[in-house]
Design a protein around this ligand. Structure first.
Ligand code: GLU
Length: 294
């Protein structure tokens, strides 16, 4: 019998925010994360990232889940909603507070306007966490990781952005904190998502380290751009996916990901083919895709 522990089974996830219906850019992320998990017989989970209450759109969660079903992207476990998990995030803040890794910050947005880097004004004031922004101390050292698609990434968080916001003054948990806690709680082994989040990753890895969470792998997929050269996003009014065109759109998403597309209009045959022929190495090693998509 081998003394080596069995390798952790692969768990991937798709984690949309319910700020509107899915668009072609989100389809690339959903399909990419799904196929990368399935290609190694791993699990694929779906999580709704709805902590930022004012940005949630009524009906968006239902629309997203319906579209995933239409595209045959069926998750392996129950769908988590971050709104139900506030106690987990609060416990994480508590654990960081016990080790003086976070502090209360009273600086207002207008005091910080125009600054890219938080200057650490409140770092040693010992303000209470409640009623203040909660910030995580970051080290003044270069951190690094190798993204499976985008390659080596480095950043000195203290110099590029300063201490990170984990909870807003109004109590809203930041995306950073929720995503790190949930990826760990769900046993995610690889985060596959759009390259627009590449620059958030070293902050998230630092936070995960502070919480003693296991390290994970990252693969940031290239972004689809619109005709104006902007990334497709809800803010740029990207068109919602047309469920009636699912097979065509799935084919285009696979093409964008550098994968072969079988000649068929049958969605589940396409998806099975994509999984069994999946080549992560063929994904374009780019942040933005040169072609334009609508
Ligand atoms: N919820 C984020 C979004 O919709 C994605 C977060 C992630 O994949 O880590 O942009």
């Amino acid at each position: 019998m081998s003394l080596m522990p069995a390798p952790a089974a692969y768990t991937g996830r798709f984690a949309p925010s319910p700020t509107g219906p899915l668009h072609f850019g989100s389809l690339i992320t959903a399909v990419g994360s799904y196929c990368m998990a399935r290609a190694v017989q791993g699990r694929w989970l779906v999580r709704i990232e709805d902590t930022d209450l004012p940005r949630n759109q009524p009906g968006a969660t239902e629309s997203i889940l319906n579209t995933l079903t239409v595209f045959g992207l069926i998750p392996d476990g129950p769908i988590l909603r971050q709104q139900d998990r506030t106690s987990l995030y609060e416990a994480a803040i508590q654990s960081l507070a016990e080790r003086d890794l976070v502090y209360g910050c009273a600086c207002t947005r207008s005091q910080l306007a125009g600054r890219a880097v938080y200057p650490g004004t409140c770092a040693h004031k010992k303000l209470p966490l409640d009623g203040h922004v909660v910030r995580l101390r970051v080290p003044d050292q270069t951190l690094a990781f190798v993204d499976r698609i985008q390659g080596l990434q480095t950043e000195n968080l203290a110099q590029s952005r300063g201490d990170l916001v984990l909870r807003r003054r109004d109590g809203i948990i930041s995306y950073q904190l929720a995503v790190v806690c949930d990826d760990a709680a769900q046993g995610v082994t690889e985060v596959v998502r759009g390259a627009d989040l590449l620059d958030q990753t070293l902050g998230q890895r630092w936070l995960g380290r502070c919480l003693n969470f296991p390290e994970m792998q990252y693969a940031h997929l290239p972004l689809a751009m619109n005709a104006q050269g902007q990334k497709l996003s809800k803010q740029n009014l990207a068109q919602p996916l047309d469920d009636g065109q699912a097979a065509v759109l799935l084919g285009r998403a696979l093409e964008a990901l550098g994968q072969g597309v079988p000649v068929t209009n049958d969605l589940s045959t396409m998806l099975d083919y994509a999984v069994s022929h999946w080549q992560t190495g063929n994904i374009p090693h780019k942040v933005c895709l040169p072609n334009t998509y609508r």
